[in-house]
Design a protein around this ligand. Structure first.
Ligand SMILES: Nc1nc2c(c(=O)[nH]1)N[C@H]1C(S)=C(S)[C@@H](COP(=O)(O)O)O[C@H]1N2
Ligand SMILES: [Mo]
Length: 196
């Protein structure tokens, strides 16, 4: 059985160096899949921004959009044109005040995973909080009920089971970034490891 295929020439400009196209949509999780019901789900914000707690209904009241995005895992598989539904990050950020000193975020997840982004890499209209995948509720293995998707960076930045956004005046590294992954992780620049 073949799990990966070489991209055709028409796709090669969309597939970063060293990546192969996955068949299906692999699940990649460090540790166990947390089971969070929609009733129990909360998203908290703190740090150099308003301290708030959002419920599922709060997020559903925001503008909903369909997104089609390529997904690149640093372990060398990519999946093109994944179809999601969710809330654009700028639409979410418009609901809270932040201090001018907030230049970075650390994303927190149910199950304790973390990952860091600059505010500029986070606050882009093509990034979104996803709660549907191919028209169905986002499965728990893929980060349901709610995950972040950051298409322009390696997928370890796309925090599954998102539970908190910490606004910071400097870069605080997340789980993989503390363990040798690149602080930014841009796939076309092949930013896999930090070299620090
Ligand atoms: N909370 C959490 N988010 C996570 C991970 C994780 O282990 N825990 N793995 C990351 C990695 S390395 C990848 S490639 C993608 C995989 O998403 P998928 O399982 O939906 O394919 O989720 C990212 N987000
Ligand atoms: Mo990954």
């Amino acid at each position: 059985m073949k799990f990966f295929e070489k991209p055709g020439p028409e796709m090669s400009d969309r597939v970063p160096p060293g990546q192969h196209l996955a068949k299906g949509f692999p699940v990649l999780t460090y540790g166990d899949t947390p089971q969070i019901s929609i009733a129990d789900w909360r998203l908290k914000t703190w740090g150099k921004a308003e301290r708030k707690t959002y419920t599922w209904e709060d997020l559903m009241a925001l503008p909903q959009q369909d997104f089609t995005a390529d997904f690149h895992c640093v372990t060398t598989w990519s999946k093109l044109d994944v179809k999601w539904t969710g809330i654009a990050v700028p639409d979410f950020l418009a609901t809270l005040n932040r201090e001018p000193s907030a230049t970075h975020v650390l994303l927190h997840c149910f199950g304790d995973y973390t990952t860091n982004l600059t505010l500029a890499d986070f606050n882009r209209p093509e990034n979104f909080l996803a709660h549907r995948l191919y028209g169905e509720p986002l499965p728990a293995d893929h980060g349901g009920p709610m995950r972040l998707v950051v298409p322009h960076l390696y997928a370890w930045k796309s925090a599954k089971w998102l539970s908190g956004i910490e606004f910071l005046p400097q870069e605080n590294l997340g789980f993989w970034e503390r363990n040798g992954y690149h602080p930014r992780g841009e796939p076309f620049a092949v930013e896999r490891y930090s070299g620090r």
